[in-house]
Design a protein around this ligand. Structure first.
Ligand code: AHR
Length: 862
């Protein structure tokens, strides 16, 4: 960051020198091209004579549209630039040729653009070629445009005084055309020309150069040619215990989102896929013809058939069930699990089903776990089924260890048999909880010693469109009463892993629960889903907001309320009369910070503050570590004095290497930071030693700033092989194996070796060149519970680094300290932590291996 500012400063000095012979004013040309499917945003060119134009950067974007879905939208057509009398610049543009809204953003300097808004002016038509003019008589801005959805060109206008409130649209005879054409690199582009002072042009050029410089830094990779290191690299680290400061003891946590089949088919131990027959073509936006209520189900032969029925279901939230027509006893309904059902020999499995039969002669249901060739691995029978819906439960013991069993239900009767909520759980879930979690996966998470769990998203929390906002109350109660829904990542969520299970898991692993609720707006990347506009779609209508706010308050009551309260009673009924001691709640997830957002967020925030002042509300600062949402999110946090904000950034190694002072520059008096999502990304989007060491480096810098950064969580956490929508992830898995990545070991080392005090150190590196020093990091913390001093050392150089550690004054209790190292070549993916001992003293030497992360834990006399 300092480097960037230095460069910016020198650029300005240079420009100062060359501008002596330039005119005081110049022209700018604002335009957009069709490149990248119209997603490259607003460009500028300059000219001193209004004829010869110079593009500022190649396709450099000064403003990008954030409207609607990633991929298919976020386009900026025909931008129009206008300066109001107060000097503010306004840019409006057309979003597409279908929606009856245009976009507006304003800027004081053409470089930083504020919040975007998408006023709906003509719901049934489109808005093309919008332009702004000022009517001096009425003192209104007049926005006019063409609409042609009905076939012919029609002209409309609205007026506004503030670009927030607009009049009703008025049909007009024609529209002014104040656009001009400029020749840029041989191409004719259409846009707006404005006369500006030379400084405006200089500032645009500086901004583009600064961006180009930053992109250059971010493109840097961790690799350094060993030949560039002529001498051995030495570092001396002298701790300064007199400068010790308190830091958060919650720095490492986990962020669980149901992405990549992390919940159903993943952490949630249910072995039956589509147990409720609720898979719906809409889950996949009707793009998969095989995705429906029949998914994962089959019949054994043609003497049995079934249809999905929904007349008198077991619960209104669970309307579909299988209506079997059994012609022959011995034929059955088969579930394939998630690519098979993994069984362990000797282990017991809880089977349950809701069944009914209207036939006179009713039978039991035989339940079998079978192999592809009919091998039987286990079997049990229910009681004779009744006329009305009833739950039947049996236990099956697996006779073999297999990865790909199937479940078959064989009604011992003919005729109609209705079945629903067909479920099979290993008894050996994590902590042996009913409706519980997969033991091996949950244990892998617990091993990180996470101090908190953020759930259920991510984008899943705010949802794809208003109807898809995750509503926590739909996920509690008996599994058959919960409301399954489309998962925004393109599959189905049963809600079997619901809020009760999340809270229970947190308690089981000693982590603070951090539920995240939508801030009254869905994901900014939402599709239209029947609404006039996409993206945040106007947010929850204001007349429904009171109900939504109450739902958030109910969540806190569910977690913490007395058993006599309405929602506390439900928690007690689920088996947990004691409160879950909820302390934090996230409101919003990397949202677009707009007026719509602010209004709703503030309502929720104020309501929580008033009713539950003891709860820490975590706000949001957008999806990136810079840009409009970041700035506006922080401004809002400061304005409302939100205690903590959630930051997200997925960055390249170059960003992590060159932004090590990122949090050093943060104002200590403002909101605390929860770094809720981050990861190092390289081309190909996989994790390896390079990404893991960049994350270790970042965490060393975070520990130093643990006075303001309270929590961090890598994202995403879990991914099922073959079902990933996002890479990289921290832990991959299949039905039988858990495959932690190298990045997981970094998180685990930080989690297991957390401290609550940071001890600054003075360091000296023998080779002071930036490319060397930025590849080495250290952090010393003290864990005041044990008295242990923990030293973390990151070496991203391709050579050993001889390290002298001076801990003068330390009172060592055991000179044989624990040493854990993660090392490899930069593209290694499969290395694990090596555990060792090291002799330590108040001054001692250690050799950091090339490309390594080392943790030394020293016991002291407290
Ligand atoms: O972690 C994956 C996604 O990244 C999250 O859902 C979202 O918050 C972010 O964009």
């Amino acid at each position: 960051m300092k480097n960037i500012l230095l460069l910016a400063f020198s650029v300005l000095i240079c420009l100062g020198k060359v501008s002596a012979n330039e005119p005081d004013s110049a022209y700018i040309f604002a335009y957009a091209t069709a490149k990248n499917n119209h997603t490259n945003g607003l460009h500028f060119a300059w000219s001193i004579d209004n004829r010869n134009w110079h593009a500022i950067g190649s396709e450099h974007s000064f403003l990008k549209s954030d409207y609607g879905r990633w991929g298919s939208q976020k386009k900026l057509f025909s931008p129009f630039l206008f300066q109001s009398a107060d000097g503010m610049w306004h840019c409006i543009w057309s979003l597409n040729d279908t929606d009856g809204a245009f976009a507006h953003a304003s800027s004081a300097d053409l470089v930083y653009w504020g919040r975007q808004s998408y006023p709906v002016v003509l719901p049934d038509n489109n808005v093309l070629e919008p332009e702004i003019a000022y009517d001096r008589t009425s003192q209104n801005y007049v926005i006019s445009w063409i609409s042609n959805k009905s076939g012919d060109d029609r002209f409309y206008s609205v007026t506004t005084k503030d670009f927030k409130n607009y009049s009703e649209p008025k049909k007009i005879a024609g529209k002014p055309n104040n656009k001009q054409v400029a020749l840029l690199n041989g191409n004719e582009e259409t846009g707006t020309i404005r006369k500006v002072s030379r400084e405006v042009v200089d500032k645009l050029i500086d901004a583009q150069k600064l961006t180009a410089y930053k992109y250059g830094q971010w493109a840097e990779r961790a690799y350094l040619n060993p030949n560039e290191l002529k001498e051995p690299v030495d570092i001396s680290i002298r701790w300064m215990p007199e400068k010790e400061k308190s830091i958060s003891d919650m720095l490492i946590g986990i962020f669980f989102e149901d992405i990549n089949y992390a919940a159903d088919g993943g952490l949630y131990a249910e072995l039956i896929q589509n147990r409720d027959f609720e898979y719906n073509p809409d889950d996949k936006e009707r793009k998969d013809p095989n995705w429906n209520g029949y998914k994962a189900w089959d019949v054994s032969d043609n003497t049995i058939s079934f249809v999905i029925d929904s007349i008198s279901p077991i619960h209104i939230n669970n309307k579909n069930y299988a209506a079997l027509n059994v012609k022959n006893i011995g034929s059955g309904l088969i579930n394939e699990g998630w690519d098979g059902i993994a069984l362990k020999q000797g282990e017991k499995y809880d089977f349950s089903v809701f069944a009914r039969s209207s036939e006179m002669k009713k039978g039991k249901i035989t339940v079998r776990l079978i192999g592809k060739n009919g091998e039987v691995y286990g079997e049990a029978s229910t009681k004779v089924i009744a006329k009305d819906w009833k739950k039947y439960e049996v236990v099956i013991t697996a006779g073999q260890t297999v990865r790909d069993a199937r479940l078959v239900l064989l009604p011992q009767q003919t005729g109609r048999v209705d079945l629903d909520m067909i479920s099979l759980f290993p008894q050996n879930t994590f902590k042996r909880r009913k409706n519980g979690l997969r033991e091996d996966l949950a244990q892998t998470l617990a091993d990180m010693k996470p101090r908190f769990v953020r759930f259920p998203g991510g984008c899943v929390a705010h949802g794809d469109g208003l109807k898809n906002i995750y509503r926590w109350e739909n996920t509690i109660g008996e599994p058959e009463e919960r409301k399954p829904q489309r998962n925004l990542w393109g599959y189905h969520q049963t809600a079997g892993l619901g809020y009760f299970e999340y809270f229970q898991f947190c308690e089981d692993i000693g982590a603070e629960p951090i539920p995240v609720v939508a801030a009254g707006v869905p994901c900014q990347n939402s599709a239209h889903h029947g609404c006039v506009i996409g993206g945040q779609q106007g947010g929850i209508p204001m007349n429904e907001m009171a109900e939504y706010v109450q739902s958030v308050l109910n969540l806190i009551e569910y977690a913490n309320g007395d058993v006599k309260t309405e929602w506390g009673k439900k928690r007690a009924k689920a088996g947990h009369p004691n409160p879950f001691n909820l302390k934090y709640i996230g409101v919003g997830n990397e949202d677009l910070i707009t007026a719509i957002f602010e209004e709703r967020f503030t309502m929720i925030y104020n309501a929580i503050k008033e009713k539950y002042p003891e709860i820490t509300v975590i706000g949001t600062t957008g999806p990136f570590c810079e840009g409009t949402d970041y700035v506006e999110g922080w401004d809002l946090a400061t304005k409302l004095t939100i205690p903590m904000v959630d930051e997200h950034y997925y960055q390249s190694p170059g960003w992590f290497l060159n932004n090590q002072d990122y949090y050093d520059r943060y104002d200590r008096t403002k909101s605390k930071v929860y770094l809720g999502e981050y990861a190092a990304h390289i081309p190909g989007r996989h994790n390896n030693i390079e990404t893991a060491l960049c994350e270790a480096l970042h965490m060393a810098n975070v520990e130093r700033n643990g006075d303001i950064v309270t929590m961090t969580s890598y994202a995403p956490l879990l991914a099922k092989e073959g079902y990933t929508q996002w890479n990289p992830d921290l832990i991959y898995f299949n039905n039988t194996e858990v495959k932690p990545t190298v990045g997981y070991y970094v998180q685990k080392l930080y989690g297991q070796h957390a401290g609550d005090a940071y001890i600054p150190a003075s360091t000296h590196i023998s080779d002071g060149r930036a490319e060397i020093t930025k590849r080495i990091a250290s952090s010393i913390v003290r864990d005041n519970t044990t008295g242990d001093v923990i030293i973390k050392l990151v070496n991203i150089l391709p050579v050993h680094v001889k390290t002298k550690l001076d801990l003068s004054g330390i009172t060592i209790a055991d000179k044989s300290a624990r040493l854990e190292t993660l090392k490899g070549t930069l593209d290694d993916k499969d290395v694990v932590v090596k555990e060792d001992r090291i002799e330590v003293d108040s001054i001692f030497d250690y050799q950091m291996p090339p490309h390594s992360f080392s943790v030394i834990r020293i016991k002291t006399h407290k």
